[in-house]
Design a protein around this ligand. Structure first.
Ligand code: ARG
Length: 558
């Protein structure tokens, strides 16, 4: 609930817009006089009245209701009291009623959103750079689903290109069946790296031939390619399970090879294709961009050509209202070009294509940095963080049951939260120690707060209670709980799961202030105790909903 906007809507001030009024309203340091206050000094000049008189007149005409129970004037300030009791009753009843669905809505009913995310490359390392797309995409997938949209999660596999010819050649020369069976994607990657370092001109030639064989459906070449693909998918599947992400389609680049023709024909018909040094391109100079290459001079398609076919395919098959591409900002130009080409083709849905760009993730720990030429596998970051989590947990609570399980949720959650907490476009330096700080702006802080709330509730069930006037700490927490549904909507609208991550930390902080300042189980009255227990239960529900949307696990006890 945006109280400032609510008040402003009901408060006509001469010469000031509703927005200006809302902006002028503040939360006073001492809330005994009011929860919100509007200083009337700046209106004195236009209204040609004293601030005190303005405040008095506005107070007299303000229509108090079930939301704002009172407006009073004092020394040029107009003070508002929120109906805290009403807020408490309404919010707690709603959270209790809706439980795990609190924050969801039917906003997206009948609408479809496609989300292209993670989109791994076959036979290449699944590295730290894939963290953000996987985790942000997974969060958006759940957030949109929570808001009633039909969501189609698409893993646009990088499974096409000359590198597969190279891989087959390398495998033929150096590969050992047992090694590949044993080492899986790591073994394949080693072969690929070795090819790039050691391949002779003959091998390069052979690689081109193998790629051609894959393309024309040669049995052996295709079988090897399929094998490498399956090994990669089996490997990433395990990581996807850890990160709680799922996909509805794994249609990758190779899927579109036979679907490019009609789109290219259409480009031709519409007079959009021009020749440039033998290549077929769409000229984008009038829009300040380099040409979009559709076919290379040797007739081969490109990444962009496949993306073009994929967009048309998705529109036809899913009839999306929106199609999101969760891809790093390095590809800003690619998507601007792609969307422009589709717009030039006269497709009205070009406006529904959105590049959800995000920044880079690097590790603080230099030893594992990519800059030293080493690829950082996401798998290693996850296990290292889980290991560290386990040692912290063991130290803090040696008697805890299921320590491994808790460490898994804490460690994996910490890595995910690293990619979720900051505005997505920012570059992030991931630090294990910061991510695992129990008192920081971290997932473990939120998880620990959930465990704390659960442990209070395990001590006392709580029951019915009569009317209770919330104290300031309770009120702050209630306001936050009431804000959750709006936060979820804003996260979807802005493609910004960080709003939910920040919300979770902020709400956990408010809960902890309440927990320490207001003794829950030692409240003065039975009503007061039961009210606090109800507030604790509601907080637990909301924090769980928030973490669940982000894909982060919640240990029962910590
Ligand atoms: N596989 C690509 C990469 O790793 C990302 C693909 C993103 N999706 C797309 N439709 N282009 O860079």
């Amino acid at each position: 609930m945006d109280y400032k906007a609510y008040i402003a809507q009901r408060l006509p001030v001469e010469g000031a817009s509703r927005e200006e009024i809302a902006e002028s309203i503040a939360v006073p340091p001492d809330t005994t006089l009011g929860d919100y206050a509007l200083p009337c000094f700046k209106f004195a000049k236009i209204m040609r009245k004293s601030p005190a008189l303005i405040a008095q007149e506005l107070a007299a005409s303000y229509p108090a209701d079930g939301v704002i129970s009172e407006a009073t004037a004092l020394n040029g300030y107009l003070n508002f009291k929120v109906n805290r009791r009403g807020l408490a009753e309404e919010t707690l009843a709603r959270i209790k009623r809706e439980g795990g669905k609190y924050g969801s809505s039917a906003l997206g009913a009948g609408k479809t959103v496609c989300i292209d995310y993670s989109s791994v490359n076959i036979a290449k390392p699944f590295h730290i750079g894939h963290l953000s797309t996987t985790v942000l995409g997974g969060a958006l997938y759940r957030i949109y689903g929570f808001l009633g949209y039909r969501v189609v999660g698409i893993n646009h596999l990088g499974d096409y290109g000359t590198q597969f010819g190279k891989l087959i050649s390398a495998y033929k020369h150096w590969g050992k069946e047992e090694e590949v069976a044993q080492g899986g994607i790591h073994a394949i990657n080693d072969l690929y790296v070795r090819f790039n370092n050691e391949a002779t001109e003959e091998m390069e030639e052979e690689a081109r031939e193998y790629f051609r064989l894959i393309e024309c459906g040669d049995k052996e070449a295709v079988a090897l390619f399929e094998r490498f693909k399956q090994l990669t998918l089996d490997y990433v599947q395990k990581i996807y399970e850890k990160l709680h992400v799922t996909f509805d389609s794994y249609a990758g680049e190779s899927f579109y090879i036979d679907k490019m023709g009609p789109v290219i024909d259409e480009l031709k018909e519409k007079g959009l294709l021009t020749e440039s040094r033998g290549a077929q391109v769409v000229d984008l100079e009038p829009y300040g961009m380099t040409p979009f290459i559709v076919l290379r001079s040797d007739g081969a398609s490109l990444y962009g050509t496949r993306d073009l076919a994929a967009a048309f395919y998705r529109k036809k098959v899913y009839d999306f209202d929106k199609c999101l591409y969760v891809v790093a900002y390095q590809q800003n130009l690619h998507f601007k070009q792609l969307f422009k080409v589709i717009e030039l083709m006269g497709e009205p849905w070009a406006k529904d294509l959105v590049h959800v760009a995000y920044g880079m993730v690097s590790l603080e720990d230099g030893a594992m940095s990519t800059r030293q030429g080493k690829v950082v596998w996401l798998e290693d970051v996850l296990s290292r963080c889980v290991e560290k989590a386990l040692s912290i947990i063991t130290e803090k609570n040696p008697d805890l049951e299921n320590k491994e399980e808790v460490a898994e949720k804490v460690g994996v959650g910490a890595v995910m939260f690293g990619a979720l907490y900051n505005s997505k476009i920012k570059d992030i330096v991931f630090s294990y120690d910061k991510a695992l700080n129990f008192d920081g702006e971290t997932s473990v802080y939120v998880q620990y707060t959930c465990a704390r709330a659960a442990s209070v509730l395990a001590k006392a069930e709580g029951g019915e209670y009569g009317a209770v006037e919330p104290c300031p700490q309770e009120f702050e927490l209630l306001k936050a709980l009431a804000d959750f549904p709006d936060t979820v909507k804003a996260a979807a609208e802005k493609y910004e799961p960080s709003l939910i991550a920040r919300y979770a930390v902020d709400t956990a902080q408010k809960f902890n202030k309440f927990y320490f300042d207001c003794k829950i189980l030692q409240a003065e009255s039975e009503d007061g105790k039961n009210f606090r227990l109800a507030l604790t239960r509601a907080t637990l529900t909301v924090l769980r909903n928030a973490l669940t949307l982000l894909g982060i696990g919640i240990p029962e006890k910590m």
